[in-house]
Ligand binder design. Structure first.
Ligand code: SF4
Length: 256
């Protein structure tokens, strides 16, 4: 577990590595437009196994569960942690027993608020129904990425995932178009952000899209916590305000 600059969490942890021969790294496969300029893939090309995130590459890797990393969670100080930020914990090709070992690790570290974010909520739902029919552990928040109306149906799937934390969240980042009216019933937190990094100008976010989501969160009954991460900008976090205000609401009422 390491400290991260991601504004809506404190730590990140990647308990699953993808090896090519003896070269460690990460691996994923693009799922939707939000993956177009994948940050994790760029990091993997620089520091990892130097494979692109695609179906051809994923066949070349051996998945390795980092049990020591999982065991370290139980002794870590309290905080929020984004798990598998260099991949997708519910990626089709990651062996199910490894994913289960990760969730068993969550159970042994109740002082950590784990944040799972997936572009594959249907797989998260199937996993939860099979292994946690009474609900996922109480220290797990579940989220899905909803960058455009093309993947809005992910919200309906996420809503069905039974949790004991009571937190289902959406990451509308990078927001790539107007979302229109959103059904936020059963959703406790929405993160909105524009694209950052070298390609940020290729898909600029209109602030009107972000305002529309914010207003739906604030007007929802009960209100949904709204977190504005940033406007589109080269550097992450460079433009953190929306209409002159920092919006860093958290679903548990804490401040980061
Ligand atoms: S799901 Fe995440 S890590 Fe995987 S390709 Fe898409 S953006 Fe990259």
């Amino acid at each position: 577990m390491q400290e991260t600059k991601i504004a809506w969490t404190e730590y990140s942890s990647n308990p699953i590595h993808a090896y090519v021969g003896n070269k460690w790294g990460w691996m994923c496969v693009r799922k939707s437009a939000a993956c177009n300029y994948c940050y994790a893939e760029n990091q993997n090309m620089k520091w990892g196994n130097k494979l692109r995130y695609n179906l051809a590459s994923v066949k070349k890797v051996n998945w390795v569960l980092r049990q020591k990393e999982i065991d370290s969670w139980a002794k870590a100080k309290p905080g929020k942690a984004f798990v598998e930020d260099m991949s997708d914990l519910h990626l089709e090709q990651i062996p199910e027993e490894m994913v289960l070992s990760v969730y068993k690790g969550f159970e042994k570290a109740p002082q950590i608020q784990f944040q799972v974010l997936t572009k594959r909520p249907e797989r998260l739902l199937a996993f939860a129904e099979k292994h946690y029919p009474d609900g996922l552990p109480s220290n797990v928040w579940v989220g899905t990425t909803v960058e455009s109306t093309a993947v809005k149906s992910r919200i309906d799937v996420l809503r069905k995932v039974k949790t004991n934390s009571g937190v289902h969240y959406l990451s509308c980042e990078p927001l790539m178009g107007p979302m229109g009216k959103m059904n936020l019933n059963g959703i406790q937190w929405v993160i909105v952000g524009g694209m950052s990094g070298p390609n940020w100008k290729k898909s600029p976010m209109d602030l009107a899209w972000a305002r529309k989501i914010r207003d739906q969160c604030l007007n929802h009954k009960p209100p949904v916590a709204f977190f504005f991460k940033q406007s589109s900008a080269r550097l992450p976090g460079r433009e953190p305000k929306l209409d002159g205000k920092v919006w860093h609401q958290m679903p548990d009422g804490t401040a980061l």
